[in-house]
Design a protein. Structure first.
Length: 237
């Protein structure tokens, strides 16, 4: 994003792209991120970039910096903690940084616009909730989607109370035609179960997909909602 975001819509777009990058670092690219956060290096920060990517880098040299800076020195705590606890700590600080940047840009918004920006941001689960799995148990918006009612004469869909450990959460960069034919597990908040599904078709432009349960039932999904809530785990090929 070349220009400084000034409207609610442009600030929210900036937030969403930075958040997508951080989410990718903490989930899909977690091994690469862990490796880059080397305790032997100087003070490092995790940045969510405006193109939806992420980077581990030294803080800005400007004092004060042009934008609020992420948590400094995340790499120093890496080897002194359990990996999952360290990732949760980084996620908490990343959530804080995302809000700091958004409301730095929104400093000149009027109160109704600031409230609208907050509501747009707050529709997403936090990175901390996704990384720790807390959002999978269903948040306050966890019951928006209801699983289709299965035909009584059809065998029930295969489900489990936890996703396969070899899987990974679906991210926005996954929404391509290559998703077609992939197997995944889909979480439903109503019964807190993960259902085995196959992705039959994908519409990258609309960010929707048709999936089929093992029972044969087919359903169309809003992938933006699924990704925001951390409710699909792709099975590793």
């Amino acid at each position: 994003m070349g220009d400084t975001p000034r409207t609610v819509e442009s600030i929210y777009e900036d937030f969403e792209l930075r958040r997508n990058g951080l989410l990718q670092a903490l989930t899909h690219d977690v091994d690469d991120f862990y490796k880059q956060a080397d305790p032997e290096r100087e003070n490092l920060c995790l940045y969510g970039e405006t193109d939806g990517s992420w980077s581990v880098d030294l803080p800005a040299e400007e004092v004060p910096p042009e934008l609020p800076e992420p948590c400094l020195g995340i790499n120093f705590a890496r080897d002194g903690m359990q990996k999952r606890d360290w990732l949760a700590l980084v996620a908490v600080h990343s959530d804080s940084w995302l809000c700091a940047v958004a409301f730095y840009y929104g400093a000149k918004l009027d109160p109704p616009s600031r409230l609208r920006l907050f509501r747009s941001i707050n529709q997403h689960p936090t990175l901390y909730e996704i990384v720790t799995g807390k959002h999978r148990a269903g948040g306050k918006d966890g019951n928006k989607r209801k699983r289709v009612e299965m035909d009584p004469g059809v065998a029930p869909a295969k489900a489990a109370d936890a996703p396969l450990p070899t899987g990974r959460l679906l991210i926005f960069n996954d929404i391509t035609p290559a998703l077609k034919g992939r197997q995944a597990e889909l979480f439903w908040p109503d019964d807190k179960m993960w259902y085995l599904v196959e992705i039959h078709s994908v519409n990258p432009k609309a960010r929707t997909a048709k999936i089929q349960y093992t029972s044969g039932e087919i359903e169309e999904l809003d992938l933006e909602e699924i990704i925001r809530e951390g409710h699909m785990s792709l099975i590793t090929q």
